[in-house]
Ligand binder design. Structure first.
Ligand code: ZN
Length: 372
């Protein structure tokens, strides 16, 4: 594997390679500060030459994620994790440009997406079907060069050939869709009453996925009325704004024989949502937790988990590659309603606008068009 090139921190980031080497356009975290730099002369990954089992992909479109926003804003998490100098971005669709000599399953010209978690293998979870939580995992656009660029290099085993019926703007967001599908499928929602706390991008995706996967009643909460309305349009039965207090918990109980929901999908990371969500969960229910709290908080384990006999699932990434097969099956079923979630599409050069649309809350999902 080629390690992500790490540039030295100088006032003028080094952007060009040796003369004559092929270059590309890329959004680079060039400085330990807010923002990203547009580099018009970034060297191609490994000079554009795939290793024996690598695939060079020409990126067509890429989704902008909340993670990218953390990297843009250079918060504590980003500063502690992101190597300065990497190309950012981890959600994409592209076309295979070149394959290494030992690559057998991927061919030049294939339209593909890719699993962005790269396991080096050899550890317990890699060897027992749980590579998504492998030790020493590297994530593209976080730990090594990502997809906000004309080209990205991926290991063959991470590349996912796309069905022709899946359009680019959806193929570009299969990474977060995979988070939603992994969460919903882990919690087994069929014929169950489901509460989704937090309908940001992934909570909205989880709403339509839970509907398609046969959930009975779907309740959602958030503090943003526009998103609550959108959640109703794509599959929620009831949508509650938690700014109005917690009477909604009684309403959920009334609608569920005073038991509470069978399944909680926590998508907000907000301490109040954990508390309320578990309060609305029935005894013996299942909670799948995807939202990341920004810091530690008090939580009543006795009441919410132990005496309740609750099953709690931590959700990280997507299962390789069970979740990808499930995603494809759900997308091809025609039952997912995702088009409204891609609120903006724009050229990569408008990246600053993309981030400000996310920061203002105006955008749900922005897709950058890189090479059409
Ligand atoms: Zn993402």
């Amino acid at each position: 594997m080629v390690d992500a090139p790490v540039m030295t921190q100088t006032d003028t980031p080094q952007t060009s390679s040796r003369p004559g080497a092929p270059t590309m356009r890329a959004l680079v975290k060039a400085r330990p500060a807010e923002g990203l730099d547009f580099d018009a002369n970034r060297p191609l990954p490994n000079g554009g030459e795939p290793g024996p089992r690598e695939v060079l992909i020409r990126v067509r479109a890429a989704g902008v994620c909340g993670t990218d926003r953390h990297i843009w804003e250079w918060d504590d998490w980003a500063a502690s994790r992101i190597p300065v100098g990497i190309v950012t971005g981890h959600e994409f669709v592209g076309v295979v440009e070149k394959v290494g000599e030992d690559v057998t399953t991927i061919k030049r010209g294939m339209r593909v997406s890719a699993e962005g978690h790269i396991a080096k293998g050899g550890d317990y979870n890699s060897r027992t079907g749980n590579a998504h939580i492998a030790r020493g995992m590297q994530i593209i656009g976080v730990d090594r060069d990502g997809c906000f660029a004309d080209y990205i290099m991926m290991p063959e085993e991470n590349v996912w050939p796309l069905h022709e019926a899946i359009p680019d703007h959806i193929a570009a967001i299969m990474d977060p869709l995979g988070n939603a599908v992994h969460t919903v499928m882990s919690a087994n929602v069929s014929a169950k009453n489901v509460l989704i706390t937090g309908v940001g991008t992934i909570g909205l995706m989880a709403t339509t996925v839970a509907r398609a996967a046969g959930a009975s009643r779907i309740f959602v909460t958030d503090v943003n009325n526009d998103r609550l309305q959108l959640a109703r349009r794509i599959g929620a039965d009831e949508a509650f704004n938690t700014r109005g207090g917690d009477d909604w918990i009684d309403e959920v109980k009334r609608a569920t024989r005073d038991e509470g929901v069978d399944v909680l999908l926590e998508m907000s990371g907000a301490p109040a949502a954990f508390n309320d969500g578990f309060s609305a969960l029935r005894n013996g229910g299942t909670a799948a937790l995807l939202g990341l709290p920004s810091k530690k908080f008090d939580f009543d384990w006795n009441k919410h988990v132990i005496f309740k006999g609750a099953t709690v699932l931590g959700i990280n990434g997507r299962r390789m590659f069970e979740t990808w097969y499930q995603m494809e099956a759900l997308l091809l079923s025609g039952r997912l309603r995702l088009d409204e979630l891609v609120t903006h599409q724009m050229p990569m050069s408008n990246y600053a606008q993309a981030f400000s649309l996310m920061q203002s809350g105006e955008a749900i999902k922005v897709v950058l068009n890189i090479n059409d």
